[in-house]
Design a protein around this ligand. Structure first.
Ligand SMILES: NC(=O)c1ccc[n+]([C@@H]2O[C@H](COP(=O)([O-])OP(=O)(O)OC[C@H]3O[C@@H](n4cnc5c(N)ncnc54)[C@H](O)[C@@H]3O)[C@@H](O)[C@H]2O)c1
Length: 340
């Protein structure tokens, strides 16, 4: 295969970021190309999009064929990989459909609304011999990879504690306001908090026990605070969909090591050593969406490659852990054993 041809399903907010990633990869000579897009709402092809990072102008779709009917797209287009950017409640249905049609699949996070649906996706990938990647994109983000390197190498000594946060207004945008319906989005805990919970698992593995407190408003689990207890370290993660509409989205971490703090906030990544001046570490300038697409496309071309960075089995385990956090939250923050 010379070039991996991609068809996208859903062209709302996150799809536009994916499209930028394809443009970057194509400009860099990477053999992967977006050839077609399907969205049930044709106005998406000509109008601006909105995400928690703000609104964007209409995309330039020159050279890309557009469809409003997925069956028609599948009949007309010869593509290798499907990029699923529909709302979360449709991930399983479309990922399974595409894999059964012989396509490899990138599907946005959360993997699905519940762990049973994740299991069906994994089973389909196995039975159909397809590559499946879930868009847990932080696993490709240079500042989080730097943090992982600090933890694994012990360059600042042992990690003592880690705070992570992700603060957003309530997402009132999106297709038929699907974010505002818990049964469609899973609430902030599954949609937003999942990034940090997945990252904690990526950095440190499975916690020994967990405790979550949360409150409900427009959606269930709208503001959440979780403690993940590991043997020698506690991770404290907060996520909210309840910021004032005039605030800006913010996300980051504060990692306290024995010899330094490593901090990511809207100003960037900074190391604060116990002695000496703070500095910005030299990290690659990479687009995490482009990196995840690059990795999957390369696995599509060379099928012997495996996906150690972001296996779908791990995305499933993250959804399972979110289910345990909900159990804890629904019992007022009860500490729940995970590894027992
Ligand atoms: N990785 C990240 O950081 C990140 C960030 C934002 C959103 N997301 C995830 O991406 C997914 C999409 O979120 P969004 O904010 O782009 O939502 P959105 O509502 O803006 O976009 C979804 C698009 O899907 C289209 N659609 C709905 N039903 C369809 C169908 N049956 N067939 C084809 N198209 C259909 C809608 O018209 C809409 O354009 C969600 O699962 C969300 O959790 C991930």
């Amino acid at each position: 295969m010379n070039e991996v041809k991609v068809a996208m399903v859903g062209f709302g907010g996150i799809a536009q970021s994916h499209k930028h990633a394809y443009e970057q990869l194509e400009a860099a000579g990477e053999p992967v190309r977006l050839v077609a897009i399907c969205d049930v709402d044709p106005s998406r092809f000509t109008s601006a999009s909105e995400t928690n990072l703000g609104a964007e102008g209409a995309a330039n779709l020159a050279g890309i064929r557009t469809y409003t009917d997925i069956e028609e797209m599948m009949r007309n287009e010869a593509f290798d990989m499907a990029d699923i950017c529909v709302p979360s409640y449709l991930h399983k249905e479309y990922a399974v459909k595409m894999m059964k049609a012989g396509k490899d699949v990138l599907s946005e996070k959360p993997m699905a609304l519940n762990s049973a649906d994740c299991e069906e996706m994994l089973r389909t990938a196995r039975e159909c011999g397809r590559k499946l990647m879930i868009g847990q994109c932080l696993r490709f983000e240079p500042s989080y990879l730097y943090l992982k390197q600090c933890i694994d190498s012990g360059c600042f000594g042992r990690l003592k504690n880690l705070f992570m946060d992700r603060l957003s207004v309530h997402p009132m945008w999106g297709f038929e306001q699907w974010y505002t319906k818990t049964e469609k989005s899973g609430g902030c805990i599954l949609d937003l908090h999942i990034h940090d919970i997945d990252m904690a698992r990526f950095l440190l593995g499975e916690p020994e026990s967990v405790s979550t407190v949360s409150y409900d408003d427009i959606t269930r689990w709208q503001v959440v605070n979780t403690r993940l207890f590991y043997k020698n370290v506690t991770v404290i993660a907060t996520a909210t969909w309840d910021e004032a509409p005039t605030t800006k989205f913010s996300a980051g971490f504060r990692a306290r090591f024995e010899q330094a703090s490593v901090v990511l906030n809207n100003e960037g990544l900074t190391v604060y050593p116990n002695s000496g001046k703070p500095y910005h570490p030299d990290i690659p300038r990479a687009n995490r969406m482009a990196e995840e697409i690059r990795k999957l496309a390369s696995m599509v071309r060379d099928r012997s490659q495996t996906n150690e960075a972001n296996p779908p089995e791990s995305a499933w385990q993250t959804v399972r852990l979110i289910e345990r956090l909900r159990e804890s939250a629904d019992q007022g923050g009860k500490r729940i054993d995970i590894q027992a």
